[in-house]
Design a binder for this molecule. Structure first.
Ligand SMILES: Nc1ncnc2c1ncn2[C@@H]1O[C@H](COP(=O)(O)OP(=O)(O)OP(=O)(O)O)[C@@H](O)[C@H]1O
Length: 120
């Protein structure tokens, strides 16, 4: 069972859950996004948003938190392979941060589409 196909998948899932827990426990940017996610879920419940709006809201939350998690991993990898200052490392980190910016921008646009009608 331990080295079977299913066993390896279960173990992989365990590592992934551990990684998600480490992000929430140690990464300030993920912690901020986690709190914002809870607040928008409370807002969704308060305004009684539709099923489709919930789907888009969860999609936006997942998009931002997963790109932030990947950005964190890329930053950690960059610092590990090259701890000193280097233009290439700076470029790699800027590009990774750019991906987070794009997903956050999309999440804000989705939030405006969902909540703007409730404030009219
Ligand atoms: N080793 C380096 N060489 C060149 N530029 C770097 C290096 N480390 C960081 N930078 C520059 O500083 C910016 C911020 O990098 P940093 O690793 O501090 O990320 P951060 O966004 O502050 O994330 P966190 O707060 O999670 O550490 C990078 O986007 C890059 O432009």
């Amino acid at each position: 069972m331990k080295n079977s196909f299913l066993g390896k998948r279960i173990r992989g899932g365990g590592y992934a859950i551990k990684g998600a827990w480490l992000l929430v426990k140690h990464e300030p940017s993920i912690q901020v996004q986690f709190v914002i996610s809870i607040l928008v879920c409370i807002a969704g419940w308060y305004f009684g948003i539709s099923r489709t709006e919930w789907i888009f809201q969860f999609f936006a939350i997942g998009l931002v938190m997963s790109t932030e998690g990947l950005n964190t991993a890329i930053e950690a990898m960059a610092d590990f392979v090259h701890p000193d200052f280097h233009n290439k490392i700076g470029h790699i980190k800027d590009v990774a941060a750019g991906a987070v910016f794009i997903s956050a921008l999309i999440a804000v646009i989705i939030a405006v589409f969902i909540y703007y009608p409730y404030f009219q």
